[in-house]
Write a protein that binds this ligand. Structure first.
Ligand code: CIZ
Ligand code: SF4
Length: 303
């Protein structure tokens, strides 16, 4: 089937099956183009919870589809590529976290949204890269166990000197590999461009940024800024929306290595197959949903 035919078929199936298609900011352009909405993981899950369709096709990675299931347990959530996982989310298991919690019984446990439902169920509160600072600041505990991203955790830690942040040894393989030399080189080539960096990058990279933020915050910042040129320090998928929203501005990817192979697994073909074969259904244990939901709801209460 050629591309246009596939797109037509997907649109038809979406209607007949009463499905919504959501795509993460890091998905390939073709998939972003057929989605009803493109955004970050939590915004997409919230969108799904409010939507009227019975079926959610989540174009992203496994933990994101789980978050959608936690917020919409009555709906069918499909992940088109079952092997699309997040290596960072896999760096913490509920068993390992339970052991660590025993060593720090006084600590509040904060989990980044990039974690499995079972890990969220072990935590006090969840956070995204947009609200992590607010979440940590809102906690009365002085000791915080932050999982799994040590880079996001370090970034937050230097802004809350009154708290002791215990880091987990997790990181995003894609953002973590950016080196200071990559930044220096591209800044020399484009000295008038602003450097927008995701906090999943290592602290020495984050320190060089003009602005640090989540995908949504980076997109909003570039859109509102009067500057015309930007160096983008997050996964290349965001370039699609950045260019679409800002046709008069120029965006340079900080490094050609900023590609998440798991995010790139989903294609038009796999979205089509997801809808025809109703795969791959994401199921989360009822008890886990109840506990993980508490972590997400608490995050929402904080704002
Ligand atoms: O929460 C998300 O969607 C992720 C993984 C990153 C971001 O900054 O939006
Ligand atoms: Fe996970 Fe990094 Fe890929 Fe995001 S970009 S899904 S954190 S591996």
């Amino acid at each position: 089937m050629d591309k246009n035919h596939l797109i037509e078929k997907i649109k038809e199936l979406k209607k007949t099956k009463n499905a919504v298609i959501v795509a993460h900011n890091y998905q390939v352009d073709d998939v972003q183009e057929i989605a009803d909405v493109v955004g970050d993981s939590f915004a997409l899950s919230q969108y799904c919870a409010k939507s009227r369709e019975d079926i959610i096709v989540f174009c992203g990675v496994h933990f994101m589809a789980e978050s959608a299931k936690i917020l919409s347990p009555e709906k069918t959530v499909l992940l088109p590529e079952i092997d699309a996982g997040c290596p960072m989310a896999d760096m913490v298991t509920p068993e390992a976290l339970r052991e660590k919690k025993k060593l720090h019984p006084e600590a509040a446990v904060v989990c980044y949204i990039n974690s499995s439902a079972a890990v969220k169920a072990e935590c006090d509160v969840c956070c995204t890269s947009s609200n992590a600072l607010k979440v940590v600041k809102s906690l009365k505990e002085k000791e915080i166990l932050f999982v799994p991203d040590k880079n996001l955790g370090s970034y937050i830690a230097q802004m809350v000197p009154d708290k002791k942040i215990i880091l987990w040894e997790g990181f995003c393989v894609t953002h973590h590999k950016i080196k200071p030399e990559d930044v220096t080189k591209i800044k020399e080539t484009h000295p008038d461009a602003l450097l927008l960096i995701h906090p999943e990058c290592q602290p020495d990279i984050v320190r060089m940024a003009d602005f640090v933020g989540s995908t949504k915050q980076i997109i909003d910042y570039a859109t509102q800024s009067d500057n015309k040129k930007f160096i983008i320090g997050t996964e290349m998928g965001v370039l699609n929306i950045l260019k679409k929203n800002n046709p008069e501005k120029v965006f340079y990817l900080m490094s050609q290595g900023l590609v998440c192979p798991n995010m790139k697994k989903t294609s038009l073909k796999s979205v089509y197959e997801a809808l025809t074969e109703m795969k791959y259904r994401i199921e989360v244990d009822k008890d886990v949903i109840i506990k993980a939901r508490k972590s997400l709801d608490r995050m929402l209460e904080i704002g």
